[in-house]
Design a protein around this ligand. Structure first.
Ligand code: AMP
Length: 113
């Protein structure tokens, strides 16, 4: 059995988070190490390790996560923001439970590092 990630512990309320939004499919909370004035994570309640592990049956869930991320960004007062899904260790993924970063509130350089 694989060990629970920190995000499973947050979903199970074993550790706290600064919650922004919750529904039956997902949870959104503030990133503990914000990279911008607004930095929010949206995670599915279903454990999906990363985007490469998502299956066709996750199609609706993935759409839901994206739409909720946009709703949250706007509720946080953002007009422009970046939506990021780091996929795999070499792309910067450190927590192996799929999550969407919403980052904004400052000028964002492109390309990212
Ligand atoms: P990634 O590097 O794409 O896997 O993103 C993982 C993110 O989770 C990082 O931005 C971390 O700062 C964030 N993070 C790790 N632990 C926590 C926590 N307990 N509460 C909120 N955010 C966290």
């Amino acid at each position: 059995m694989t060990e629970d990630t920190i995000f499973t512990k947050i979903l199970n309320k074993e550790i706290p988070c600064d919650e922004i939004y919750s529904d039956g499919l997902c949870l959104a909370f503030k990133d503990i190490q914000p990279q911008a004035p607004i930095h929010i994570l949206i995670i599915p309640r279903k454990k999906i390790i990363s985007l490469k592990n998502a299956q066709i049956e996750d199609k609706e869930l993935l759409g839901h996560l994206l739409l909720i991320s946009a709703k949250i960004a706007q509720q946080e007062g953002l007009q422009d923001w970046r939506t990021i899904i780091n996929t795999g260790e070499k792309a910067g993924q450190t927590v192996f439970h799929l999550h969407i970063h919403v980052i904004g509130g400052r000028e964002l350089a492109w390309p990212p590092g």
